[in-house]
Design a protein around this ligand. Sequence first.
Ligand code: 0L1
Ligand code: MG
Length: 262
Amino acid sequence: MKLDQATIAKLAAHLENCELEARDTTKITDDHPEMDWDDAYAIQDEIKRRKIARGCRIVGLKAGLTSHAKMKQMGVDTPVFGFLADYFSVPEGGEIKLSELIHPKVEPEIAFVTKAALKGPGCHIGAVLAATDFVMPAIEIIDSRYRDFKFDLKSVVADNCSSSRFVVGGRIRPVEDLDLRTLGVVIEKNGEVVALGAGAAVLGHPAAAIAMLANLLGERGEEIPAGTLILSGAITEAVMVKAGDNVTLRAQDLGSVSVRFA
Ligand code: 0L1
Ligand code: MG
């Protein structure tokens, strides 16, 4: 690690305050070009610790930048992971106040819920499918705290991978009868199709993103516990939203999920 504990705490407080006050900032590597991956995840961990200390519950995990569409859109080449706090969860059909966010974008994702622990190294799609209780469609709302979504990967990881809100719903299905690679998704904004794709856009199979996450956590001596909700990553590029927009995700075999922005 290149940063000391005081700097990690200061950067975590800065990024979390930007999130809570819905204001943007320049990327933190501008002032700390020496920071490494361990520093980036240590800042994310410190943001999580701050939330837990205030009484928040951690309700899940997310894999980010798991599709080539997203990596290309963001100009990066490695997937990343973050955590989901309780207040990120928006009820199906619910409303999100734009004033609470900076410049949100929506992403269509497949959410997994585990029934057994997953631990890397060596975690693979088969282990993930065997450990999956059910899947459901999810809209992730990302909201990078970095001005104009301009960042590098370490800054993104420190910023909890742009996590801000998510909506799950639709049909809850066990994975046995689904082919998640060919499962199609369509995102509509105000009734118009704005993005579409299939599960294979996520590392060839959405379960591969969960395996990657278990392997990354395994490197840190951590595992994905049974009963964990995990967003597997965007199937399409992220779509900008504005006040008044109604967003619906229609997922083949998994029904639909909606949210509106006020
Ligand atoms: O969920 C995601 O794929 C977001 C990862 C962070 C990068 C971004 O803000 O697009
Ligand atoms: Mg995402």
